[in-house]
Design a protein. Sequence first.
Length: 448
Amino acid sequence: MKDWIKQTSLALALGAACLATAQAADDVRTGQAAYGDWHADAPGVMRRITPADVVAPLASPSAANRSRVVPQPAGAQLATMPGFTVKPFATGRDGARVVRIAPNGDIFLSQSRPEGKITVFRPSATGDAPEKTEIFAANLKDPYGIAFYPPGPDPKFVYVGIEGGVVRFPYHVGDMMAAGPAETIVSGIPKGVHWTRDVAFSPDGATMYLAVGSGSNVANEMEGRPADLAAFEKSHALGAAWGREEYRADVLRYTPEGKERGVYAAGIRNCSGLAIQPGTASVWCATNERDLLGDNTPPDYVTSVKPGAFYGWPWYYIGDHEDTRPGDGPRPDLKGHVTVPDVLLQPHSAPLGMAFNPGGMFPADWTGDAFVALHGSWNRANHTGYKIVRLPFKGAQPTGDYQDFVVGFAAGEADVWGRPVDVVFAKDGSLLFTDDGNGVVYRVTYAK
């Protein structure tokens, strides 16, 4: 009981500190000051991490420090910036993962584990609660990404990324239950380890993108280097892995019918969140980087994904920082050919879903900014992540900074009462985000 009281007091103290500092936390923390843990979180705090700030491997020992998810402690509240309010939209949604908005405003939610289903909410007139809830599809294996096809006001299908591939369901706008059985569009995708499969379409509907994470931390068991590496990369992509990691740590591309597979970009360890930037058609990824190099190495990241680019995994990270652990030997030929990500995040924050603000409710100068859910660390001495952050953009380009937006899930050094997974902007401009720790969908609103 004393431990619980102590943890609850810590959570309440954090909330009070967050609210007190929100107004004054606009200075950008740079260099090593940008690092830290949950104690340093507060609404409005801005950070910038650059490649020059990357900490040497094992400057601190790697630590296994998994959080324990607990119910919301009495009195604990989330904190956000002035003018914003965050409240639960739907509760009791075990395994709440990816959330997407249909053209009519219905809210589609993948509940990956344990049930394996897609739930649909029709929001009330005020938008603050579901007016109606239905199961769109059930008995799916690890459903995750959701996408409507064709993009635009009148999609005919709902695509769902599942373990091993992609299925689709016939759909008419307004359907809250699938109009027919699942049709397999993509099969044969490697299973296990990083199992989340996000899916997105180019705005013209010509290309389907599928994110496939690596099958290991750093391919230390990868064997069977192709005899003709140049020919292999020509049929895959620069820096593409092979053996057990073939077609993993990639963003793949297909036709909407699941044909003509190709590697759009390689070396992205685990792109759990795919997003298409409005107005540019650029593909973006929120990416979990590798582990076991210490508390602060290497940064996680959010980046635009350039076709044919190589982002480093498993041989390099954040440019030409070399990792010597891959099991099939070094790749000195790749040095100087690693694309540096756009926005670096505190290592081990575990960014998952991301979304761009289309405008309509939040401050006008935040239109076009990206928001990212940080699921939270399991592998550093003090926890980091467990929050929603904002990435400011100017002229459709990120500034390189990121800002604490919703914080407060920590309940002491060991416990948390939420693990954010995905973010999306609802029809009315409010922000929804999911928590798979306690099965909650939250809604963030803004009033001047």
